[in-house]
Design a protein around this ligand. Structure first.
Ligand SMILES: [Cu+2]
Length: 454
C-alpha cells in the first residue's frame, strides 16, 4: 500500500514535470526549421517553397511594445532542437550562462548582449558556449520589401524566379551563448582571465585568441597546441593580459568552416593608464556569409559571399549609434571576413587611435574620413561628436551596402549590408551650426585680407 502510494506520488510528480517540458516544447516548437526548406532549393526543378510564417524567439510579434533591452533579452532565450549539419531532434542547447546580458564593462557591442564574468579569487571567469544560433538578419516583417519578380539564372539551372520573400530573414549560424557574433570579452590590463569553452556543436572546436600575447599552450589552434574540444566537452583557457588593445577571437579548429559559420567575437583589453577616456565606446565586427534562397544555413562551400554584415545584422536592422553632441566617441571595428572593408563616416574627421597591436602613437594618428579594416585586423577610431545630425556610417565598397548582389539588381536590394548611422543629438535645440575651426579660420581670413589691403 505504502509502496503503491509512493509510486503514485512519484507518478504524479513525473507527470507534472513532463507537463512542464511538454509545455516548454510547445512554446519552442516554432524554432524548428520546416523539413521541406532543408533541401537546397530549385535544384531538382521543383518550385521554390514559400517560406512559412517562421516563429522563433525574438520574432516581431514578441518584440512589439517592448523596450530595446527587453527585446535583446528575449532574443537570447534558449533555443532547442536546432541542428546542423543535420537534424538532431530532442537535442537541447544550454541557455546563455549567468551574467550574459549584464553590462559589467564599458563597451557597447551593437545588437549583441554583453558578457559578464564571475570572480574566482583574482581570476575573471568568462563562459562561452559554442552552439548553433538562429540569427535574425533583418528585424521585422520584410513582406513590404517584395520587389517585382526578376528572372535570373541561379544554381546552374534554367531561369528561376527569385523574390525578396525568398531571401532568408533568419540564418542558422554557429555562435557563442546564443549570440552571433559571440559576446565581447572585456577585461583590464593585468587581469588574470579564465575562459571556459563548452562545445555544443556537432563537431570538435577550439578558440584562438587573435592578437593575444599569451603562452602558446593557451593560443587555441587545434590539434597542434591542444586537442580539439569534442562535442559535449569543456575546455579552460587561462592567461594574464599584459598588453592592451582591441583583439579578436575565433575558432581554432576546422577554421575555414567554423569561422564562415560565424564562430567569432571581439576582446577588449582596457589600459591601466588610459590615454583618453571616451563617453561612448562601440564595437562592430565585420563578417561575410553565403546564403542561398530559402535556406537558412550559411553555404560554406560556395561563393561568392552575398551577405555582408555588421555584428551579423544588415541595414536597416543594425543598431544606430546614438551619442550626445560633445561626447568623445570611440568605434572599434574588427574584421573576420575575407576582404577589407573601408568604413566611412559622414560629417566627421576621425583619428585611428589603436589597432589589434595596441594604441597608435599620437604622431601617427592621421586625420581620416575612411578607415580600412583588413581581414584579421581591428581598428579603433576616435572623434568628438561636435556635429549634430544623422550621419551615415557604412562600407565604401558600395556593393557591401546592398546584399545578395548575385541574385538582385544592384541598388534595389532593400536588405542593406554594412550600413548604419551615427546619431548625434544636439546639446540644445536651435543652436546655430558651428564648425570647430570656424572662429579661427574667419579670424585668419580677416587678418590676411587686412594685411593684403595694406
Ligand atoms: Cu565592405
Amino acid at each position: 500500500m505504502a509502496l503503491s502510494r509512493r509510486g503514485f506520488l512519484f507518478g504524479a510528480v513525473g507527470a507534472s514535470l513532463l507537463g512542464g517540458s511538454a509545455r516548454r516544447a510547445r512554446a519552442q516548437e516554432g524554432v524548428q526549421f520546416p523539413e521541406e526548406l532543408m533541401r537546397p532549393p530549385g535544384v531538382d526543378g521543383a518550385p521554390l517553397a514559400t517560406p512559412p510564417a517562421w516563429r522563433v524567439p525574438g520574432a516581431p510579434e514578441e518584440m512589439a511594445g517592448r523596450t530595446i533591452e527587453q527585446q535583446q533579452l528575449l532574443r537570447q532565450m534558449p533555443i532547442s532542437e536546432i541542428a546542423f549539419p543535420r537534424y538532431e531532434p530532442g537535442r537541447i542547447y544550454s541557455p546563455p550562462p549567468p551574467l550574459m546580458g549584464a553590462q559589467m564593462g564599458r563597451v557597447h557591442t551593437l545588437n549583441v548582449p554583453p558578457l559578464g564574468y564571475e570572480l574566482d579569487g583574482d581570476v575573471k571567469v568568462f563562459h562561452l558556449i559554442a552552439q548553433p544560433v538562429w540569427r535574425e538578419l533583418t528585424d521585422g516583417d520584410a513582406s513590404h520589401l517584395k520587389l517585382p519578380q526578376i528572372e535570373r539564372n541561379i544554381v546552374g539551372g534554367a531561369g528561376k524566379w527569385i523574390t525578396h520573400d525568398q531571401v532568408p530573414r533568419y540564418m542558422l549560424a554557429w555562435g557563442y551563448n546564443g549570440s552571433v557574433p559571440g559576446p565581447t570579452i572585456e577585461v583590464t590590463q593585468g587581469d588574470r582571465v579564465r575562459i571556459v569553452l563548452k562545445n555544443e556543436l556537432p563537431e570538435p572546436t577550439s578558440i584562438h585568441w587573435h592578437g593575444a600575447e599569451i603562452p602558446n599552450s593557451q593560443d587555441g589552434p587545434s590539434p597542434e597546441v591542444h586537442p580539439p574540444v569534442m562535442p559535449g566537452e569543456t575546455h579552460e583557457y587561462e592567461f594574464t593580459f599584459y598588453q592592451t588593445g582591441t583583439l579578436l577571437y575565433h575558432s581554432g579548429f576546422n577554421v575555414v568552416k567554423q569561422d564562415f559559420m560565424g564562430l567569432g567575437g571581439m576582446l577588449v583589453i582596457h589600459p591601466l593608464e588610459p590615454r583618453s577616456t571616451v563617453d561612448k565606446d562601440f564595437i562592430i565586427l565585420h563578417q561575410e556569409w553565403r546564403l542561398r534562397p530559402n535556406n537558412p544555413h550559411p553555404d560554406i562551400w560556395g561563393g561568392p559571399f552575398n551577405w555582408i554584415t555588421f555584428n551579423a545584422k544588415v541595414a536597416p536592422s543594425i543598431e544606430v549609434m546614438t551619442v550626445r553632441q560633445g561626447d568623445r566617441v570611440r568605434i572599434r571595428q574588427g574584421n573576420l571576413s575575407m576582404t577589407s572593408h573601408p568604413i566611412h563616416l559622414h560629417g566627421y574627421t576621425f583619428r585611428i587611435v589603436g589597432t589589434t597591436g595596441g594604441p597608435t602613437p599620437e604622431s601617427a594618428q592621421m586625420p581620416r574620413v575612411t578607415v580600412s579594416v583588413e581581414p584579421g585586423s581591428t581598428e579603433d577610431i576616435e572623434f568628438v561628436a561636435w556635429n549634430p545630425g544623422i550621419w551615415r556610417f557604412h562600407c565604401h565598397k558600395l556593393h557591401h551596402i546592398v546584399n545578395d548582389v548575385t541574385f538582385m539588381p544592384r541598388g534595389l536590394m532593400p536588405h542593406g549590408g554594412m550600413f548604419t548611422y551615427l546619431h548625434v543629438l544636439p546639446r540644445e535645440d536651435g543652436l546655430p551650426w558651428r564648425h570647430p575651426d570656424q572662429a579661427r579660420v574667419e579670424a585668419l581670413k580677416q587678418r590676411m585680407q587686412q594685411e593684403g589691403g595694406k
